[in-house]
Design a protein around this ligand. Structure first.
Ligand SMILES: Cc1cc2nc3c(=O)[nH]c(=O)nc-3n(C[C@H](O)[C@H](O)[C@H](O)COP(=O)(O)O)c2cc1C
Length: 343
């Protein structure tokens, strides 16, 4: 099915705001959706009955009365024990259009947990998006029944597949080719959405040329008026140039900031700062963690981690999320027309 059929209220090309835990929220997602995109609210990863993530999600969903998606991180063991009894009822109460899945433990795909979760979500009428970072993972996601494949390149900000070294330009068309070859061109073949390094209409137009029907932006929305991002963090995003060498893809930063809850198959891309520079210079991990904690409790943000993608070098101002969506979509449409008349 085409993205425009799955999300009839959204405009084409579809622009999705990533479910950035700690940064995205109901207000940001609502503005994205009102501008014709698909706003995704982060739903967290703890599905236990007393989960603070799910309590916060209920609140954010009450704020945002519009066409939305909820993004869940799936690596917690509470996925198999509790998701269907704790998270699903919240979805049924608020009825978002879609559910975004990311980062399951590989063994839970093999054991069939993901197939069951997706089947339950689809039975209740939710569109399921699943973010993957390799061709093999894309194949697994289709086998498990996902409706939409979010294909995340190594250019992406935040967490991603550690094994992924491919940027959007090579990963998206390889996934598209695999889908056509192995699953045909029928209605059941999921549309592809590209994520990683896209911050404006040029990236949107390029992704469409690669075979994507829509795109995801995360880093761009850190510098949006609605984001939960302190001024110092938005300043770093805006001032960082040359996104390749000024960001790094690693698992070490999670260890330093105490978010090492991710399975080994995932790492993350962030802007290079003091913590990474000291690590590269040979500082032992324990010392780096100690300095991080000391700075944090003294209110010194210089050792904090800012997750961001390689597109960060092109983000130059804080703007309303709706304007970011409308301008990127319009720029992409104009670019496609311009390219057409140029040949
Ligand atoms: C600050 C930040 C936080 C993120 N948090 C999440 C998350 O909680 N769940 C998720 O599925 N993806 C998360 N991502 C990854 C996004 O889903 C997406 O792949 C990425 O933002 C796309 O690349 P870009 O940042 O270059 O636009 C995050 C990305 C960033 C930049």
């Amino acid at each position: 099915m085409k993205l425009s059929e799955l999300f009839p209220h959204a405009k084409t090309p579809l622009i999705i705001s990533a479910p950035m835990m700690g940064t995205a929220n109901g207000t940001l997602a609502a503005e994205v959706s009102k501008a014709g995109g698909l706003g995704v609210i982060p739903g967290g990863f703890d599905f236990s009955p007393s989960s603070s993530h799910l309590k916060a999600l209920s609140q954010e969903l009450s704020t945002a009365r519009t066409i939305l998606s909820i993004g869940f991180l799936l690596f917690s063991p509470t996925l198999s024990t509790s998701f269907l009894t704790t998270a699903l009822p919240i979805l049924l109460t608020h009825r978002p259009a879609a559910v975004w899945l990311f980062a399951p433990r590989p063994e839970e795909i093999a054991s069939g947990v993901l197939t069951d979760v997706i089947a339950a979500l689809k039975r209740e009428g939710f569109v399921v998006l699943w973010q993957v970072g390799t061709v093999a993972a894309a194949r697994e996601a289709v086998d498990c029944g996902t409706d939409v494949l979010v294909v995340q390149g190594a250019d992406a900000g935040g967490h991603q597949f550690a094994a992924c070294g491919a940027g959007v330009v090579s990963l998206v068309p390889e996934v598209v080719d695999m889908l056509r070859r192995e699953f045909g061109e029928g209605k059941d073949v999921p549309p592809v959405v590209a994520a990683g390094g896209i911050v404006d209409g040029r990236g949107v137009a390029a992704a469409m040329a690669l075979g994507a029907e829509g795109i995801v932006m995360g880093t761009r929305f850190i510098a949006s008026k609605e984001a939960w991002a302190p001024e110092w963090r938005q300043k770093i995003v805006i001032e960082t140039a040359d996104g390749g060498p000024s960001t790094v893809k690693t698992a070490v930063l999670d260890d330093i900031q105490g978010t090492g809850v991710w399975p080994d198959v995932y790492d993350g891309r962030a802007i290079i700062g003091k913590s990474w520079e000291d690590h590269v210079a040979g500082m032992p991990l324990e010392e780096n963690i100690r300095l991080f904690k000391e700075a944090d409790s003294a209110g010194d943000v210089s050792r904090k981690i800012t997750w961001a993608g390689t597109g960060v070098g092109m983000v130059k101002e804080v703007r309303p999320a709706g304007d970011i969506v409308r301008d990127a979509r319009e720029e992409a449409i104009q670019l496609v027309r311009k390219l057409q008349s140029a040949i």
